[in-house]
Design a binder for this molecule. Structure first.
Ligand SMILES: [Zn+2]
Length: 203
């Protein structure tokens, strides 16, 4: 399965983000991850496609699990504008459907983010990076893992993450190595800083 291809059914409305939504915190965090090559692009990896994405829950009336997420195919860019973020307004992991707006489509890994927000109401931020060294040493570090036969961005991945969260007592912060997604690590927290700290702990 090719990296970067959206696997879910997307209902998308191309329109600017609501004005009150702010990308400043996300951009500051993203810049640090980009500098560490945890988000980026490398001609030698994943057929040269960009990798890594992050998201933050937002306040929107009637949309309890809405979140802002970096747009599809933005991993190679050192900094993003508002036009390069998408707003996920609803999702159904069971039906593999996702609804979004913005001036770019959401990351192909938005479904995994959505499942974490739905399963864990206290979680405010989710970060997905590619980190070969940590991923290869997932067992040594005793990381939570999803199985090697489960590819990224699929309903199976959504179900596997839901199951992990359940089995571990609905942790408000966590870090998972997705063994079916080369180098893929996902972390979450009650704040963006907490999610980032889960990652930097291993640097
Ligand atoms: Zn990825």
């Amino acid at each position: 399965m090719q990296e970067g291809v959206i696997q879910y059914q997307l209902t998308y409305v191309c329109q600017p983000l609501p004005e009150h939504l702010d990308i400043t915190l996300l951009e500051a965090c993203r810049a640090r991850l980009f500098a560490a090559s945890l988000i980026g692009q490398d001609d030698q990896r994943y057929a040269g496609l960009g990798y890594g994405n992050l998201s933050h829950r937002v306040e929107l009336q009637g949309m309890p699990d809405a979140f802002l997420i970096t747009g599809s195919q933005t991993g190679h860019l050192p900094a993003l504008t508002r036009q390069q973020y998408a707003l996920v307004t609803a999702c159904s992991p069971q039906a593999n459907r996702l609804q979004a707006s913005g001036e770019t489509e959401p990351s192909s890994e938005a479904m995994t983010h959505a499942v974490i927000y739905q399963s864990l109401p206290s979680v405010q931020a989710v970060i997905h990076v590619h980190w070969p060294d940590l991923w290869q040493n997932a067992r040594k570090h005793k990381l939570w893992v999803t199985a090697g036969e489960i590819p990224y961005g699929t309903p199976q991945m959504a179900a596997a993450v839901q199951q992990l969260v359940r089995e571990n007592g609905f942790p408000s912060t966590g870090l998972v190595a997705m063994l079916g997604h080369e180098d893929g690590i996902i972390a979450w927290g009650k704040t963006l800083a907490e999610a980032e700290a889960r990652l930097t702990y291993y640097q």
